[in-house]
Design a protein around this ligand. Structure first.
Ligand code: AMP
Ligand code: MG
Length: 316
């Protein structure tokens, strides 16, 4: 065989090998259900096999964090702490980190964020069977310091999943509207994310650009609630009263981590339009919007000074 044809055969072989593993950078998606809600993961890669493996690992990471922080399983770190508050319960480094962030935001939000509302949440029957509790029962529950990391653990899980997924390429992790972005889309533009209209969650009221290393989380009164005699009882409690916090319908926070975005969205929701906006503005790394509904059913937006820079499009 002449060396020229051997070279041609060799390069044809190399091309075939590359065709098996390499394609132009494309978005590889994965949908699942975790942390009580839908998860949508996307990663940009030229290697479909590597992308799929990373998507599975990232999803497993979400499930792993859920198992540490959930109140559903007696085996979770949180449940073991609650069962034996005075004992020497050993918890994972991740759980310690979630608690660190929770206490940090609690201190910075004048205790609007409160990770010890577990008994009060149970008195309200959240998440499975919401009901208005007996006032004496609720008062007693409020005095108990039972951990509930539901206001921050999802965001923390999103950060961890994004770290895992980013090993394969630029990515976007979305768990029930709490998102983290790494890198950009294949066209080099920022990831775009829609924020739900709290009056009609099937609509978006704003589309945001999420640059590399930014995260966003939303707390809303439409996520978990019960209607009793025309009153909406939802799952974000004012720690001072144990009642669902009133004043805003949703809050979205943009932050360097989704754990911070998640905890601050809950905190600002409790603080309400004025104090919530001031608290977000006081944190130099946070931007956000608090959404109120006026008497005529129109949305009134309270935005931090840097929020508009993230807005791609507003829905009229
Ligand atoms: P989010 O959807 O992030 O606003 O979190 C709501 C969840 O956080 C609830 O389902 C509770 O588990 C928990 N939670 C409720 N009220 C508070 C609060 N004031 N501070 C911290 N966590 C809360
Ligand atoms: Mg939250």
């Amino acid at each position: 065989m002449r060396s020229g044809s051997r070279a041609r055969i060799l390069s044809a072989g190399a091309l075939l090998l590359c065709a098996a593993c390499e394609s132009p950078p494309t978005v590889h998606p994965f949908d699942g259900f975790v942390m009580g809600t839908v998860a949508e993961l996307k990663v940009v890669s030229t290697d479909a096999g590597a992308a799929e493996a990373a998507l599975r690992d990232a999803y497993d990471e979400l499930a792993r964090i859920e198992l540490l922080a959930t109140n559903y399983s007696d085996l979770s770190d949180v449940s073991r702490l609650n069962a034996d508050p005075d004992g020497n319960v050993v918890v994972s480094p991740e759980t310690k980190n979630i608690f660190r962030i929770a206490f940090e935001v609690q201190a910075a939000s004048d205790s609007a964020f409160c990770p010890t509302l577990g008994a009060a949440m149970r008195a309200w029957g959240f998440p499975d069977e919401p009901r208005v509790p007996d006032p004496a029962l609720l008062r007693a529950a409020l005095k108990k310091e039972e951990y509930d990391l539901g206001g921050v653990a999802k965001g923390f899980g999103v950060d961890r999943a994004a770290d895992v997924l980013a090993r394969a390429g630029p990515c976007l992790v979305n768990v029930g509207g709490d998102l983290a972005a790494r890198g950009t889309r294949p066209d080099g533009k920022n990831w775009l994310i829609g924020v739900q209209d709290p009056r009609d969650p099937s609509r978006l009221f704003v589309t945001l650009r999420l640059p590399d290393g930014r995260a966003v989380a939303t707390s809303g009164d439409y996520q978990r609630f019960a209607m009793v005699d025309g009153v909406r009882y939802h799952h974000i409690l004012d720690p001072r009263t144990g009642q669902p916090a009133r004043g805003v319908r949703s809050v979205s926070v943009i932050a360097p981590t989704c754990a911070l975005a998640d905890a601050w969205a809950t905190a600002a929701f409790v603080l309400g339009p004025e104090k919530g906006l001031a608290a977000l503005e006081a944190q130099s790394t946070l931007e956000g919007v608090l959404v109120e509904e006026d008497a005529e059913g129109r949305l009134v937006l309270h935005e931090t000074s840097g929020f508009a820079a993230y807005v791609e499009e507003r829905t009229p």
